[in-house]
Design a protein around this ligand. Structure first.
Ligand code: GLC
Ligand code: CA
Length: 514
């Protein structure tokens, strides 16, 4: 059973290097997050996911961890992070850190020992080494020619990220250890030790990076990797029962059965996130559902997978919809401000626990930038938060050239300050939506969801508990037949009203009926 506080949780994802710089070195820091907690609270967000803030050579922006228990100097100190936990809790805000259990940096002390000529040692099998200095095996990426010991090692992502050894579900070669090998069990225990460390200092849980990929040659159901998470969950239930885990797995049917509270609905081929708001890959026509003039709009592209997951997992935990994250393009890439309002109206009234990526509440743009710290095309979604019209748009008092990434150079770059006083701004619309969600138990994570009307090229109508909701992303008015007679609006955006046999929806409108 998911932690109770998740029922009404709305997360705000913070990319720490790009949120708020308080010492003018051009890089966001933990004190900057503390400084902006009141702002985050004013949005209606009551939980944070902070991307990796640990000691790292930053070859994958911190997903290459050099020391799991130490805050990176550029963000501050461990004490600053403990203070952040405290200050957040005083405002009723929970804090999830990012756990990267699958791999470390090649500069991690475990890897330094594991690759050394001095063998065997306590870390010999902490990573996956082949028995040949020059090769790997089926389907696994290996690096040869880097280590002192005469073996090649398996990597998970970039070259700098050697895979930790949780064992193989099906062993094919003598050097592949089974999952119950004591050295593989030791890897799992080491990761539990990292979790205990942060949880005992006040952290409320973790977003787990590449959560589905720990055990190699796993079966279709990921039973090997799932067994590890079940073991972790048992520890949490016993020692930290309020702790929450959200998976980067994108298969809730597996993740929630493995003990996760939530799993992200990311892109899977032609389903998920990119059907609502376009992602990079989308060559050809942009027919994302919330585009006003999408050529072939069909909410069923999203629903066909979502509803299957939802029906399968609604009693186990939550699916997390997101405005975007640090790996995707920002939704402003394909949607304008009016379109974003409708997309957010949908995202923040669906079941599960929603995530808002910093800056999406003001419609920050995806910028076309050269790669930074292994970001490649993801870099454009990682630019500094734009607070106001002052130097560097309020992100940093440092020199523009020292900034982690440039701010939006456009004359109309969105900022918090410019949108604060405008009742129609995306910022204030987001606040209204989140206030609506908090005010109605029927809009929260576990209230029932049912599709009422989902025709291709038509508005979408759905039910949450006793509420009926409808969104019309078209630039023209539409009428939908549905049982709405006698219901009264609790929220209306654009022109929308009930008639005798359904709902009349003006261009780009949204309505919630009671
Ligand atoms: C996840 C992270 C991504 C990172 C990768 C490797 O997908 O979200 O940013 O590069 O894992 O850790
Ligand atoms: Ca700084």
């Amino acid at each position: 059973m998911p932690a109770k506080w998740l029922k009404d949780a709305v997360f705000y994802e913070i990319y720490p290097q790009s949120f708020k710089d308080t010492n003018a070195d051009g890089i966001g820091d933990l004190n900057g997050i503390v400084e902006k907690l009141d702002y985050i609270q004013s949005l209606g967000c009551n939980a944070l996911w902070i991307n990796p803030c640990y000691d790292s050579p930053f070859r994958d922006a911190g997903y290459d961890v050099r020391d799991y228990k130490k805050v990176a100097a550029r963000y501050g100190t461990n004490e600053d992070l403990y203070r952040l936990f405290d200050e957040a809790h005083r405002r009723g805000i929970r804090v999830l850190l990012d756990l990267v259990p699958g791999h470390t940096s090649e500069e991690h002390a475990w890897f330094r020992a594991s690759q050394s000529a001095d063998q065997p040692n306590a870390y010999t099998n902490r990573y996956i080494w082949t028995n040949n200095w020059f090769c790997g095996s089926r389907g696994l990426n290996y690096i040869a020619g880097e280590a002192e010991r005469a073996s090649a090692y398996i990597v998970n992502f970039f070259k700098c990220q050697p895979a930790l050894n949780y064992g193989f579900n099906r062993v094919e070669e003598p050097w592949q250890l089974p999952m119950d090998h004591p050295d593989c069990v030791a890897t799992r225990e080491a990761m539990k030790d990292v979790m205990r460390f942060w949880l005992s200092h006040g952290c409320d849980g973790f977003r787990v990076d590449m959560a589905n990929s720990l055990v190699k040659y796993d079966d279709e159901n990921k039973s090997g990797t799932s067994a590890i998470w079940k073991n972790v969950r048992a520890m949490l239930d016993e020692e930290f029962p309020e702790a929450a885990l959200v998976a980067e797995w994108s298969c809730p049917s597996q993740a929630l059965r493995a003990g996760y509270d939530m799993d992200f609905c990311l892109n899977n081929d032609d389903t998920g996130y990119s059907t609502l708001m376009r992602d990079y890959q989308g060559g050809g026509e942009d027919d994302s559902y919330f585009r006003k003039d999408a050529p072939a709009r069909d909410i069923n592209r999203f629903l066909k997978v979502y509803t299957r997951w939802y029906e399968d997992t609604k009693d186990l935990g939550y699916i997390s919809l997101l405005t975007c994250n640090h790996d995707t393009v920002r939704p402003r890439f394909s949607l304008d401000i009016d379109e974003l309002k409708l997309a957010y109206a949908f995202l923040f009234t669906m079941p599960g626990v929603p995530f808002l990526y910093y800056g999406d509440e003001i419609g920050m743009r995806y910028l076309d930038l050269p790669t930074k710290e292994g970001g490649y095309q993801r870099t454009g979604s990682r630019t500094p938060m734009q607070w106001d019209g002052s130097k560097n748009l309020g992100f940093s008092a440092g020199e523009a050239a020292s900034l982690y990434l440039p701010v939006d150079p456009a004359a109309d770059a969105p900022t918090v300050a410019a949108q604060e006083g405008d009742p129609d701004s995306l910022l204030n619309f987001t606040r209204k939506l989140l206030a609506l969600r908090h005010a109605h138990a029927d809009l929260q994570a576990d209230a029932p969801f049912a599709v009422v009307s989902a025709e291709p090229n038509a508005p979408f109508v759905w039910r949450r508990g006793k509420l009926l909701l409808a969104v019309n992303p078209f630039g023209q008015a539409r009428t939908v037949k549905c049982p709405a007679a006698g219901m009264t609006p609790v929220f209306t955006h654009g022109a929308a009203k009930v008639n005798a046999d359904g709902i009349e929806l003006g261009p780009q409108s949204f309505i919630v009926l009671e």
